[in-house]
Ligand binder design. Sequence first.
Ligand code: PLP
Ligand code: TYF
Length: 401
Amino acid sequence: TWSSVPAGPPDPILGVSEAFKADKDPRKINLGVGAYRDENGKPYVLSSVKKAEESIRASNPDKEYLPITGLPEFTKNAAKLAYGEDSAPVKAGTIAVTQSISGTGALRIGGAFLGRFYPHAKVIYLPVPSWGNHTPIFRDSGLEVRGYRYFDKKTVGLDFEGLKEDLRNAPEKAIVLLHACAHNPTGVDPTPAQWQEISDIVKERQLFPFFDMAYQGFASGSTDRDAFAVRHFVKEGHQIALSQSFAKNMGLYGERVGAFSLITADAEEKARVDSQLKIVIRPMYSNPPLHGAQIANTILSTPALYHEWESEVKGMAERIISMRERLYNELTHTHKTPGEWSHIKSQIGMFSFTGLSEAQSVGLAEKAHIYLTKDGRISMAGLNGSNIDYFAESVARAVKG
Ligand code: PLP
Ligand code: TYF
């Protein structure tokens, strides 16, 4: 029956983890997938999460189905976290929001909703480069995927002029995907002033802004600061779409907790949109998983846990920032690695786009048991006090040839 099914390529990021697992060398390092690791290189379950789980267990909850759009308290609190308590649409109750299967599921619900109901040309512009899954998510949702310039290889920074030109030349009312903070894979974000200009262009061209916020809190250590772009756009009157993930900032990867929201014009419009979100979701998976949403909601709604969570997010962000400092120093001072490495320090969030070539990146796996994606991206969270010396030394050797 399936003799004509062609073999497909593996996921370029998750494939790296498989190669890492198969390597038996004790020095091996996995810098492929973006998942936080603690100072000992171990997955990290947040203390606020453990306490939330204890309190859920103590309440002896049942396992009934959630509504199609998820746990109502969770989605309300998730929207508050993203938009801010005193955001106008939060206060007015005009945000249509649904729980989702983490960020990926939120993007997919958004893609499907836009594919079905967006009343203009169904074209979405993604930054070049973007998270590898964006293209198939939106293509499979029936949107035409195009790119706008984002990363400048020469400066290893934002190609702001290219970005502005491409958005100005996009057809009116096109959809534009924006990484809210901690851009994946480059680690390069617009400044607040640049976000203001982007917002103006989006307004001029009447583009539809779709924010992907997978790292709120991970960029600066503050969930408020990391929400700047989203909140600025909302303040400017844009009716945005927003995907949220709690995989990174609560360390809830496998629990699949997220939310998708759309700002609507008024209560009546919100009710219509809500009804259609349910119709999009029902044939996909009927209703979302319960446990992760209970965890996230317990943290978001319990002041003591919320404060503890905030400091844990800050701690994760700060550990990554300290690894950036140290890697920069080792590469430039200790190992006198040829080239300019200050981007390691200026980049933001989970990832650094090192500038290593494909041959160097692949060579690091073969020669040094260090695994990263072929584009030279490293997950900074995979570095720690025990492996960073070996990593810097190996990069220096790869660059010196
Ligand atoms: N969007 C971006 C930019 C990501 O980097 C990721 C991966 O972490 C996601 C969305 C979705 O991840 P998840 O589905 O695990 O929340
Ligand atoms: O970019 C990353 O590493 C994270 C994790 O198919 C991830 O976003 C990677 C690939 C994938 C799903 C999640």
